[in-house]
Design a protein around this ligand. Structure first.
Ligand code: ADP
Ligand code: MG
Length: 578
């Protein structure tokens, strides 16, 4: 656990000890409610924190769990524990119903959908009087019983709630340890990269949303047996705002943030009674303050103040197997025929023709240089091949299979890796983890050991434990290439890999890329820098306004009249080889 998180949890424990020692039934009841909100907030962190998607239905999931448990208790005499499959299951089903159609959109539609479903649930709760008691709700719900044993109000109840919080926190931390936590970091900070390294973002967001609903339902069922009445208030917006405030103040990531945030937000109004009428207003003001002053919440701010001691040593560099062995490239080198066949690929954006029917082929072991003026469609070509952008027309075949329009993560699994024109690494993640996360089909420890080999291959093994945020540009480029290689690609697409590198770094990169091709990988390299590209490429192709205007050896293409006219001859054109 990080030091800052441990510190926060200690503070909560100290406050808890005080609440138990003081022992007034009111104090313990408030502390129990804080625990219940902590559970719902731990759940909310999955979707809002880890997956980075704004959901506005966490409060309603909690309310639905409360209604399910309360109604089952009153109408069928089911105890808290016997009702759990329903109080957790109903919000989970509701989450699935909302999410399956909209979650892949990853836009404001998702927030909107969660808002609409919340209003609908509220309407049902008010109108379906026979079941829910309508606007008045239902009272007379019993306390918590476990295996038929009633839990007394006061400290036994508070202790039960907080044992549940501890279990929920442990489950959340366990789920997000190792690869999963890193995968969510990539998804939330660089969604395009997530697909490119083979992560199924839609499925990950769905999992996070369902988990958040399950935690909320569980919290709701505790709530109804602690408060013992239920009314549509529990489905109202103030509950959602409270959860949002808790997570913003405590921190969107890290269970310590959810727990500390819940205790703060639920307990504070008790300390400032006269302000209670203005609770929402005060929450709003605090929220604004936090967003501006400490966007990472309490946990984020504390982590900055209390940095962790040096991370554990990286795995030892094994007697390095050849990359070919590691990535299965050897089997392919020397294979005849085209590895990548692009046929008539077209894509428009509104009125802009980004690609107007491009056909290209690439063999294993070959380096193809792709040049062309800015806006000529080079990046769009790579995006269409890698599934980031769907082509309007044309086909892409890879290793004999049609991969046209395939989703990005499936393209990655098929053996195509890429880097991005703008380096896209997670600042807070170490170099080693950034690469290991892309390593498929192994446990994370093995992935990290193999990532060391790749870092060594790119000459950056010595910075394995550094965080990506502080790295010089040239190093970031190399880490990104190592990450792409971790996918075991047979085809590597590099979008302006030498941009921003000095001449020594360029020469070094060029040598390493040639090495990859010698191992049997096919490389497509987009570059403006002819001094870098011409000696590296076996063949070159030039795009202009979405159309291929020349193809051939580097010398042929550089000497082509149309290429000179469209691209090389321009004043901005780049140094030619000496
Ligand atoms: P290059 O990489 O050769 O500089 P791009 O492939 O990035 O060119 O862009 C080709 C054309 O398509 C440009 O006119 C660009 O503005 C347009 N374009 C690319 N991506 C998008 C997008 N997502 N939305 C709208 N227009 C785009
Ligand atoms: Mg580009």
């Amino acid at each position: 656990m990080r030091r800052a998180d441990a510190m926060l949890l200690l503070c909560v424990a100290a406050y808890g000890a005080y609440a138990f020692a003081a022992g007034s039934s009111y104090t313990l009841r408030v502390f129990s409610v804080a625990g219940i909100y902590a559970l719902a907030a731990i759940g909310y962190q999955f979707i809002f924190g880890q997956a980075g998607a704004l959901s506005l239905s966490q409060g309603v999931f909690m309310g639905v769990g409360a209604y399910a448990s309360g109604i089952l208790a009153l109408r069928f005499g089911l105890g808290f524990d016997a009702a759990l499959p329903f109080s957790v299951g109903v919000p989970v089903l509701l989450a699935l119903a909302v999410a399956v159609p909209v979650l892949h959109l990853r836009t404001h539609y998702f927030a909107l959908a969660t808002l609409i479903i919340s209003q609908m649930v509220l309407l049902v709760a008010v109108e379906w009087q026979g079941l829910t008691g309508g606007a008045n709700g239902i009272g007379g719900i019993g306390g918590i019983t476990i295996l038929g044993m009633p839990i007394r109000a006061g400290w036994p109840l508070a202790a039960t709630v907080w044992v549940c919080v501890a279990l929920g926190a442990a489950l959340s931390a366990w789920l997000m340890r190792g690869r999963a936590g890193h995968a969510y970091a990539v998804l939330r900070e660089h969604p395009a990269v997530a697909g490119a390294i083979g992560l199924d973002g839609g499925r990950m967001r769905l999992a996070a949303f369902v988990l958040s609903a399950a935690f909320a339902g569980f919290a709701g069922s505790l709530y109804v047996h602690v408060i013992r009445v239920i009314s549509p208030d529990v489905l109202g917006f103030p509950v959602m705002v409270t959860l949002l405030t808790i997570v913003m103040i405590g921190g969107r990531l890290g269970v310590a943030g959810a727990v500390a945030g819940a205790v703060l937000v639920i307990e504070l109004p008790e300390w400032f009674r006269p302000l209670r009428e203005y609770t929402l207003l005060v929450y709003g003001a605090i929220l604004l303050l936090v967003v501006v002053a400490a966007p990472g919440g309490l946990v984020g701010a504390l982590r900055l103040l209390l940095p962790d001691r040096a991370p554990p040593a990286p795995p030892a560099l094994a007697a390095s197997p050849a990359l070919a062995e590691l990535s299965g490239l050897a089997a392919l080198s020397g294979a005849s025929g085209l590895l990548l066949e692009i046929d008539g690929l077209a894509r428009h954006f509104g009125g802009v023709r980004a690609l107007g029917g491009v056909s290209l082929g690439l063999r294993a072991g070959e380096v193809l240089g792709l040049i062309g003026p800015n806006g000529s469609g080079k990046t769009t070509l790579v995006n269409c091949v890698t599934g980031l952008v769907a082509p309007d027309a044309g086909r892409v075949r890879f290793a004999g299979a049609d991969i046209t329009g395939l989703r990005a993560d499936r393209v990655a699994h098929a053996g195509i890796a890429r880097t991005f024109q703008t380096v896209a690494l997670v600042d807070d993640m170490t170099v080693l983890d950034s690469v290991a996360i892309a390593r498929p089909r192994t446990d994370f420890a093995t992935a990290r050991a193999q990532a060391m080999t790749l870092l060594d291959r790119l000459g950056v093994a010595d910075i394995a434990q550094r965080r990506c945020g502080g790295l010089a540009y040239g190093l970031r480029r190399r880490v990104e290439i190592a990450r792409a290689l971790a996918l075991q690609p047979r085809l590597l697409l590099l979008d302006e890999p030498a941009a921003g590198l000095n001449e020594t770094e360029q020469a070094d990169l060029s040598r390493r890329l040639r090495g990859l091709a010698a191992d049997g990988a096919a490389l497509l390299v987009i570059e403006h820098n002819m001094a870098f590209l011409a000696p590296l490429a076996d063949r070159m192709a030039c795009l202009d306004a979405g159309v291929l205007i020349a193809q051939g050896t580097p010398a042929e293409v550089q000497g082509d009249a149309r290429v000179i006219e469209a691209y090389l001859g321009r004043p901005a054109a780049v140094s030619r080889p000496a």
